[in-house]
Design a binder for this molecule. Structure first.
Ligand code: LLP
Length: 416
């Protein structure tokens, strides 16, 4: 266990969270490098029978320390902006292990990707394919392109993170994919290298993957009959994690679906996991500012807010909250809320939780994915530190933003 109690005090690997809080102040994110590495290795291990590349989805957590840890293990990257491509390259991910996804890539971003000769650009529309072709011709290069197809499969997950249905904005419509492949095969700036699919996030059932991958296999066979032979099949990300009482499929079970649906095609398999690599390797540590009772209700007011971790406010997401010092006293029912001036700034409603005192610490669990990544300076609050632990060691892999840094791009108009 990477986060665990030792004599009723919560530790990250061998590091006391109380000590870390003294060192860096609160709130802060804390990441376990051991858990991170093991999550990546689970994928590698499960997929080892295939020629495969794990391209970690940088959007889940773009921290340089996180990415460098993964890159050192041989991990690739799935990026959705030139910014993410920049961080991935800085972290040491080789260009030939980078895939570029996203429904709205700019010409500048595509130019960067083509110049860097990345593994593949997952194009999502006719217009994007034509744009890539034009840019590549101008550069005197060929772009490695895959089409992200929309298989019209319901991922059975939260509506805001479902991406593989016909009505979602993502991918090339299933019926348009074949004609677009034919057209792209004739474009001089395009080297057709693959097919890509991503149906959603936090999937707890393998059946939608099975449906989608089966459709992909059919498409790959149809294309081969037409002489369009692809190297790569990119299966996207989406494997869920356990936030509360969920039972997500294991990497082995996922790999079994890949074998069953695509095994005999002998292609290079790319996967783009985000949440399942970084979700449970990170927690958000926050300090109790005040407690108060209003009528029947107990409130625990903490110094982290929805700007630091937006998932509960945005998706009604559950994050388990644990006291850093456990006392074993009878629990109460309370709302754990942040200081932001919005009633949505709630981490937990009517939660059964040990009573805590002013000044004590709480750990908000499973916050490594889409936590720091989606944070903002709303209410002009600094971005919080991110700390990575490694055994008894720790490193501040991003320090708290200063007010000067927050103001650095601002200016007062010259007419004042
Ligand atoms: N590939 C593509 C093309 C994606 O759009 C995504 C996530 C992934 C891979 C990684 O998916 P994962 O393995 O992490 O499920 N902010 C939301 C999640 C948004 C996911 C967006 N796309 C949340 O906090 O739940």
């Amino acid at each position: 266990m990477c986060f665990k109690y030792q004599d009723e005090e919560f530790f990250a690997e061998g590091v006391s969270l109380k000590k870390l809080a003294q060192e860096v102040g609160t709130p802060f994110y804390c990441y376990s490098s051991d858990k991170l590495t093991r999550n990546f290795q689970s994928y590698q291990q499960a997929l080892k029978e295939f020629n495969s590349t794990v391209c970690y989805s940088v959007k889940a957590n773009p921290n340089l320390g996180v990415l460098s840890t993964l890159a050192r293990q041989g991990c690739g990257a799935d990026v959705v902006s030139a910014g993410e491509m920049y961080v991935a390259l800085k972290a040491g991910v080789p260009a030939d292990k980078i895939v570029f996804s996203g429904v709205g890539k700019t010409q500048e971003e595509l130019t960067q990707a083509i110049k860097n000769q990345i593994l593949q650009i997952n194009a999502e529309s006719v217009a994007e394919v034509e744009t890539i072709n034009r840019i590549a011709i101008d550069l005197g290069l060929k772009a490695n392109v895959a089409l992200r197809v929309n298989p019209d499969v319901d991922a059975l997950t939260h509506v805001k993170i479902t991406t593989g249905k016909k009505e979602n904005k993502f991918g090339v419509d299933w019926d348009d994919a074949l004609p677009l492949y034919r057209a792209a095969a004739r474009m001089p700036g395009i080297r057709l290298v693959g097919i890509a699919v991503h149906i959603g996030s936090q999937l707890l059932d393998l059946q939608p993957f099975r449906f989608a991958f089966t459709k992909i296999a059919q498409m790959v066979r149809t294309l081969e009959q037409e002489g369009i032979v692809l190297d790569n099949i990119d299966l996207g990300g989406g494997l869920g994690i356990n936030y509360n009482v969920e039972l997500p499929p294991t990497c082995e079970a996922y790999a079994a679906v890949v074998r069953e649906t695509l095994g005999d095609l002998n292609k290079h398999i790319i996967v783009e996991p985000g949440r399942s690599i970084v979700g449970n390797m990170g927690i958000l540590v926050t300090r109790v500012l005040y407690t108060k009772q209003m009528g029947e209700k107990n409130f625990i007011i903490v110094d982290a807010g929805m700007n630091d971790l937006v998932r509960p406010a945005m998706y009604d997401a559950w994050h388990t909250i644990l006291p850093v010092q456990r006392r074993g006293v009878a629990p109460i029912i309370a709302d754990v809320v942040g200081p932001i001036c919005e009633s949505g700034d709630v981490f937990a409603k009517d939660r059964i939780i040990e009573p805590v005192q002013q000044g004590e610490l709480l750990a908000i669990m499973c916050a490594g994915a889409y936590g720091a990544a989606m944070s903002s300076i709303y209410n002009f609050r600094p971005l919080v530190p991110e700390v990575m632990v490694h055994g008894d060691n720790f490193c501040v892999v991003r320090r708290r933003t200063s007010y000067e840094e927050m103001l650095s791009g601002h200016c007062v108009p010259q007419w004042l």
